[in-house]
Design a protein around this ligand. Structure first.
Ligand code: AP5
Length: 213
């Protein structure tokens, strides 16, 4: 299964991607996670990406597309993958189509997670991440054992002004890819509000329906 998750910041793409990729037995490829690992490692890619990420803007396509092409060329992605956070504009969606076509493949499904803006703000302002395990918590919806633990941090792009810009960037640059996938008959939309497990159930039902077609 070759699948992309589309949705605004905080829609729960990372949370769902973890479980869905596991269920499908394909690698979860998150461009945000790859950029953050490079930022932590102080690599040239991380240094370049950081200034865009901190502002809530997209990292330039040239950098992002090359990074994704390299990742998709790895052995574990040959039988399928779940992309989380890519593509994020029409140019990236077209590059992905071409990349897959060159390998004789095509995307099976673009799964859109829908969440209203006020819920996005609640989710992102309460998000905390464990430094040691990378696990993502929410202070209200999925609270860590010790909310004051020094092991927890808040992502630098989860500040109110940056969240506002990320939502704007999503509406202006990412939402058009929904039309791109709709035109290809690949888009399935699910409601991403509710218990994490219920959202996963909806996602897996949509994937099963697509596989059965
Ligand atoms: P990225 O890391 O992809 O950020 P994002 O798309 O803004 O998404 P998030 O990771 O913020 O949210 P999510 O949807 O994964 O939600 P999560 O599961 O964590 O990208 C970061 C930056 O990198 C970009 O701004 C850009 O600069 C750059 N970048 C990345 N990809 C790029 C690309 N392709 N091109 C160019 N630049 C790129 O959940 C959020 C919170 O909600 C958590 O606390 C979670 O516990 C909670 N939660 C989850 N599900 C539920 C639920 N059902 N109910 C209640 N709470 C929930």
């Amino acid at each position: 299964m070759r699948l992309v998750l589309v949705g605004p910041p905080g829609a729960g793409k990372g949370t769902q991607a973890e479980v869905i990729a596991d269920e499908l037995g394909v690698p979860k490829i998150s461009t945000g996670d790859i950029f953050r690992a490079n930022v932590s490692g102080g690599t040239p890619l991380g240094l370049e990406a950081k200034r865009y990420m901190d502002a809530g803007d997209l990292v330039p396509d040239e950098v992002t597309n090359r990074m994704v092409a390299d990742r998709l060329a790895q052995d574990d992605a040959q039988g399928g993958f779940l992309l989380d956070g890519y593509p994020r504009n029409t140019e990236q969606a077209e590059v992905l189509d071409r990349l897959l076509a060159e390998q004789g493949h095509a995307l099976d499904l673009a799964l859109e997670l829908t969440v209203a803006d006020d819920e996005v703000v609640r989710r992102l302002s309460g998000r905390r991440v464990s430094k040691s395990t990378g696990k993502v918590y929410h202070l209200e919806f999925d609270p860590p054992e010790d909310p004051e633990s020094p092991d927890l941090y808040q992502r630098s792009d989860d500040q109110p002004e940056t969240i506002k810009n990320r939502l704007k960037v999503y509406a202006e640059q990412t939402e058009p890819i929904i039309g791109h996938y709709e035109a290809q008959g690949k888009l399935v939309r699910i409601d991403a509000v509710g218990e994490v497990g219920s959202v996963t159930d909806r996602a897996m039902a949509a994937i099963r329906d697509r596989t059965a077609e």
